[in-house]
Design a protein around this ligand. Structure first.
Ligand code: NAD
Length: 250
């Protein structure tokens, strides 16, 4: 994959898809910054991985925090070759059921967070001659799904922003792509299942939503993210790569 000693910044790297992505990059020999709002999750994972990792508390919705995150990364290894804009969360509800404050809070992390982090990192990549950005979108951006209006809108925004950034920075050697996961068994869903009256029944319902009859594993998304960041994907930019067990083919 040619990722040895590349410096990779993963937002939301303390859990689920982000954590699996951090682990896969580390296994490929990269130097990985784990940036997460959850400080303990980021630092605990960094400690397990050792010298190749740095854990940072960062909030991608906050411009000052994003600047500090990028500065700390530069102080640590002096370059940023790969940015994975992965931090995000979901809320349920139609438009009429979604509070304006909740809409703003979700957009501030899921969509504005991609803008803020990219805005800080792109000049660094450009002055080094290039880099790769991978954004975590969702298959729901194109397939649509009920009862997730704000979340789906944020992911649609990420898809559009991915294409715009790819075209704006292709001349600087920066590739920008998105991965569109299907439903992935991450701590986010574990927490949701745990709150229901019958967690096992709800989990089986989710499994049945994909033609493969199961939820995906975080590692199955990490594999695509790492590939997109690598030189093996050298002709891929401005594209969305769906990894959803066939859900959007239904
Ligand atoms: N799990 C799925 O089925 C699924 C499907 C499609 C897309 N996604 C997307 O994948 C990404 C990761 O989701 P996951 O399922 O691994 O969730 P997760 O909850 O396991 O992990 C998300 C991580 O992001 C961090 N985070 C949240 N807001 C943050 C902020 N403002 N700043 C910094 N860190 C923040 C959390 O602390 C957490 O560690 C999200 O963007 C999510 O929308 C997930």
């Amino acid at each position: 994959m040619n990722l040895k000693d590349k410096v990779v910044l993963v937002t939301g790297g303390g859990s689920g898809i982000g954590r699996a992505t951090v682990e896969r990059f580390a296994a490929e020999g990269a130097q990985v910054v784990i940036a997460d709002r959850n400080r303990d999750a980021a630092c605990d994972l960094a400690q397990v991985l050792g010298d190749c990792a740095l854990g940072l508390e960062a909030d991608v919705s906050n411009p000052a925090s994003v600047k500090a995150m990028v500065q700390a990364t530069m102080q640590w290894r002096g370059q940023i070759d790969v940015l994975v804009n992965n931090a995000g969360f979901g809320i349920t509800g139609s438009v009429i059921e979604t509070d304006e404050a909740d809409w703003d809070r979700l957009m501030a992390t899921n969509l504005k967070g991609v803008f803020l982090c990219s805005k800080e990192v792109i000049p660094i990549m450009a002055s080094a001659g290039g880099g790769a950005i991978v954004n975590t979108a969702s298959y729901t951006a194109s397939a649509g799904i009920a009862n997730r209006a704000a979340y789906v809108a944020s992911k649609g925004g990420i898809v559009a922003l991915t294409r715009a950034m790819a075209l704006d920075h292709v001349g600087q050697g920066i590739r920008v792509n998105a991965v569109a996961p299907g439903t992935i068994a991450s701590p986010y869903f574990d927490a949701m299942f745990a709150q229901s009256d019958d967690p096992d029944a709800l989990r089986r319902q989710f499994d049945a939503r994909a033609p493969m009859q199961r939820m995906g594993r975080p590692q199955e998304i990490a594999n695509m993210i790492v590939w997109l960041a690598s030189d093996e994907a050298s002709f891929a930019t401005g594209a969305v790569f769906t990894v959803d067990g066939g859900s959007s083919a239904w």
